[in-house]
Design a protein. Structure first.
Length: 194
């Protein structure tokens, strides 16, 4: 049974929710999954003990989480030998024409790290307006307005496409060699090597 490590960096919880859903789908596909916040990496087995590693990070102020970038940078040589996947969570991904790398966040991050996962994509997050302080609520409302997102700050908004999360998990199961991942994923076939 393939072992998959899923590490996430979250601030308001949506990246964690996506990581949890992804981990559940991987388990349904016959994988053993270890799920953890990247800040807890010390308690985890090293990445080379897994058959694949998945990273998920929020975008804040145009950047992925520094703790995620540090984890990858210090293990880049090991990760280059493993099937890896990376998902990004942002408001930019909520635009109808966002594509797999809105605003080029993924490309910039991978160029900066000099590392490229086998699979990568971006998911829309959420707008937990009720959990934001007044300043963050104002900033996020302006960002949502520019991207065509919801601006009703009296409630929280869920923007994640859960079917897309499940499809990404199926692709991860394929690159990990999951027992129930019999056919290659549709569309963008995974690259071989990192």
């Amino acid at each position: 049974m393939p072992r998959v490590l899923v590490l996430y960096a979250t601030h308001h919880g949506q990246t964690r929710a996506i990581a949890v859903a992804l981990a559940q789908r991987l388990r349904e596909r016959g994988n053993t999954v270890e799920l953890a916040d990247v800040r807890d990496w010390q308690r985890l087995a090293p990445p080379e003990e897994f058959d694949a590693v998945v990273f998920g990070s929020r975008i804040e102020v145009g950047r992925h989480a520094p703790e995620m970038l540090a984890y990858i940078a210090t293990r880049r040589a090991i990760l280059a030998k493993l099937p890896t996947a990376f998902f990004s969570v942002s408001m930019a991904a909520s635009k109808p024409d966002a594509g797999p790398d809105p605003e080029g966040y993924l490309a910039k991050t991978f160029a900066h790290l000099d590392w490229h996962p086998v699979l990568s994509t971006a998911f829309a997050g959420g707008l937990p307006y009720r959990r934001y302080n007044w300043m963050m609520r104002l900033v996020m409302k302006q960002i949502a307005r520019r991207s065509g997102g919801p601006t009703d700050t009296s409630r929280d908004h869920e923007l994640t496409d859960w079917a897309a999360v499940a499809a990404f998990a199926d692709k991860v199961a394929y690159i990990a060699g999951g027992a129930r991942a019999a056919a290659p994923p549709p569309h963008d076939q995974p690259r071989h090597g990192n």
